[in-house]
Design a protein around this ligand. Structure first.
Ligand SMILES: [Fe+2]
Ligand SMILES: [Fe+2]
Length: 137
């Protein structure tokens, strides 16, 4: 079965995803002004992606014989939209690195489906960071 390191890594990623979709939901709800409407729409649409990532991770933890433990970060997001975007670009990049690490752990443990899924989620997060960089200008 999966190592403690892999399970803990999956649970850490799950908490990052839950923290992210809560933050994006709040940011999508709170951004105002026509100039930032495309940023608001981007956050609203990315909530769905992050929920999907969290659902996959929670299900996989259970199928590896463990129980997901939720301790999301509920720090209020910044109100300045440019600061918001810069912080979220950095967080998305942390997620890319985290998923690549989980991918190599999964490969070492012979979990080929998990390895590939972690790479897919890394691609999604890299896409989110790129979209945010475009909106930041
Ligand atoms: Fe995600
Ligand atoms: Fe993301």
């Amino acid at each position: 079965m999966a190592s403690e390191e892999l399970i803990q890594g999956l649970n850490h990623a799950l908490n990052r995803e839950v923290s992210t979709f809560l933050r994006y939901m709040l940011q999508g709800a709170s951004i105002k002004g026509a100039e930032w409407e495309s940023v608001r729409q981007m956050y609203l649409s990315e909530v769905t992606d992050e929920v999907g990532h969290a659902q996959y991770l929670a299900g996989k933890i259970v199928m590896l014989g463990e129980t997901p433990k939720l301790t999301p970060d509920l720090t209020p997001p910044p109100s300045d939209v440019r600061t918001m975007l810069k912080q979220d670009i950095a967080e998305e990049q942390v997620d890319v690195a985290g998923y690549m690490k989980l991918s190599s752990l999964a490969e070492q443990e012979g979990l080929v489906d998990l390895k590939m899924k972690m790479e897919e989620q890394a691609v999604d997060e890299a896409g989110h960071a790129e979209e945010m960089r475009r909106l930041l200008g």
